[in-house]
Design a protein around this ligand. Structure first.
Ligand code: TMP
Ligand code: ASP
Length: 244
């Protein structure tokens, strides 16, 4: 099946949660979601059988919803339950984090209790670097380092806020609060146009059940709360129940 869509030639890159395969068609990449889960820059890691399949299903559903709503993403075709074909893109090494509610590093850094709603969504960038631990980085640092132009960063910010509106609405219909999330953008190999890349899943979002504030995301793993796969399964089940 995979061979029909894309003749895989070799592993291009193996990350903490995905393997990227080079395809014969040079503008495509096959992404396989792994069952590995890591936290704290890989300090903590485990295998959770079925996690790859769940994240792939959740991310694919979200990307299809975003595409329908006018967001250009790297997604080309779902190949099997843990593999997708995507457009090759040069990833901009500045990750975008959008927050609706204080949590995680924001709460720690600024001394705000987790769960305090922010009066407006915040947008920040972090340098995509495992060796440096993805530090917070500002716009003038990003442009001075030549990682992205001001125009690209403005567009990434605009798209991220639009994606926040779309996803907050989607998750609300699923009975889930979108607390915060991380996005990655890339420049498409052929056209250079900005594409939403990587994944959107409970690994890259904080998702709390409306009414109970029960965590349904990777904080269950980071904080040893248990029930990681059950909560990912619950997110998928709820999203599948939303009429898109
Ligand atoms: P933070 O509060 O730890 O900065 O995380 C903010 C959001 O970004 C949260 O939804 C989890 C996501 N995230 C990632 O996707 N990858 C990462 O490496 C980190 C640290 C956070
Ligand atoms: N993404 C990072 C890791 O996998 C950190 C995290 O998500 O907590 O180690």
């Amino acid at each position: 099946m995979i061979m029909n869509m894309c003749e895989v030639t070799e592993i291009l890159y193996e990350g903490k949660s995905k393997i990227l395969y080079r395809c014969k068609d040079e503008v495509l990449i096959l992404v396989k979601y792994k069952d590995s889960v890591t936290a704290f820059n890989g300090e903590k890691s485990d295998e959770l059988f079925g996690k790859g399949r769940l994240n792939a299903a959740i991310s694919n559903l979200i990307y299809e919803y975003l595409e329908v709503n006018g967001i250009k993403t790297h997604l080309v075709k779902v190949i099997d339950e843990s593999s997708v074909l995507v457009k090759k893109a040069e990833i901009i090494p500045a990750e975008v984090i959008v927050r609706n509610v204080a949590a995680g590093s924001f709460s720690k850094k600024y001394g705000v209790d987790e769960g305090v709603a922010l009066p407006h969504p915040t947008v920040e960038f972090s340098l995509k670097s495992d060796t440096l631990g993805d530090p917070l980085i500002n716009v003038s640092h990003i442009t001075a380092l030549g990682l992205a132009t001001s125009a690209e960063l403005e567009e990434m910010k605009r798209l991220s806020l639009l994606i926040n509106e779309l996803l907050s609405g989607l998750f609300q219909k699923a009975g889930i609060r979108l607390i915060d999330f991380k996005l990655e953008f890339g420049r498409a190999a052929e056209s250079g146009e900005l594409l939403l890349c990587d994944e959107i899943s409970p690994d890259s979002c904080r998702l709390w059940q409306i009414g109970t504030d029960c965590k349904l995301d990777k904080d269950r793993y980071r904080r040893d709360l248990g029930g990681v796969l059950d909560s990912y399964e619950e997110v998928l089940r709820r999203l599948q129940g939303v009429e898109l």
